[in-house]
Design a protein around this ligand. Structure first.
Ligand SMILES: [Zn+2]
Length: 180
């Protein structure tokens, strides 16, 4: 899921581009519909904007889109971009190692942190698990076991082939070697 970001970046406005009069930043409460499990769901967020004091020309600021994205994340019960960044920074290792541990691509992680997409429920749980030291410990064990299974998978193929072709002595010595 992504929230459209067609909004203006905040920058120094010297004056209204139309009439030259002074501009001021204001905020207003906005609502947005997002899908969710039970049809239409509405969530509110704060939208900052710049308005001309004379001609009422308006710019919507990028922070509004960020606030909208965060509000949807919270309503869905997902970590926000800032929450995710905090989890990654608290991890004792590189971003690549972090992605390897939880089994997600670095491009996906980047999209969540940039608010270009919202992680699904399962990835959200993984991120939450990786936010606590005991969770990281368990994830390391699970990853190690998966790697072991993969290695043993290859051994299993060789064993089965030897067994099938009558070379049981060789198969048995291999079983001893791999402690099977
Ligand atoms: Zn103006």
């Amino acid at each position: 899921m992504s929230v459209a970001r067609k909004h203006q970046e905040r920058r120094e406005f010297k004056g209204c581009p139309d009439c030259g009069k002074s501009l001021e930043v204001q905020t207003r409460k906005q609502t947005t519909d997002f899908g969710g499990a039970n049809g239409v769901n509405v969530v509110s967020f704060i939208e900052p904007y710049v308005v001309c004091s004379a001609c009422e020309m308006e710019f919507i600021l990028i922070e509004g889109a960020d606030n909208q994205h965060d509000a949807v994340c919270r309503a869905l019960g997902r970590l926000t971009a800032v929450d995710i960044l905090r989890v990654v920074r608290s991890f004792n290792g590189t971003r690549e190692e972090f992605c390897n541990l939880i089994g997600v691509g670095e491009a996906s992680l980047r999209r969540w942190i940039r608010r270009a997409a919202i992680q699904d429920d399962s990835n959200d749980r993984l991120l939450r698990l990786a936010s606590i030291p005991s969770g990281v410990h368990e994830l390391r064990k699970v990853k190690h076991q998966a790697e072991l299974d993969m290695a043993l998978g290859d051994v299993g193929i060789v064993l089965r082939a030897n067994w099938k072709h009558g070379d049981r002595e060789r198969a048995e010595s291999q079983m001893k070697r791999f402690a099977l």
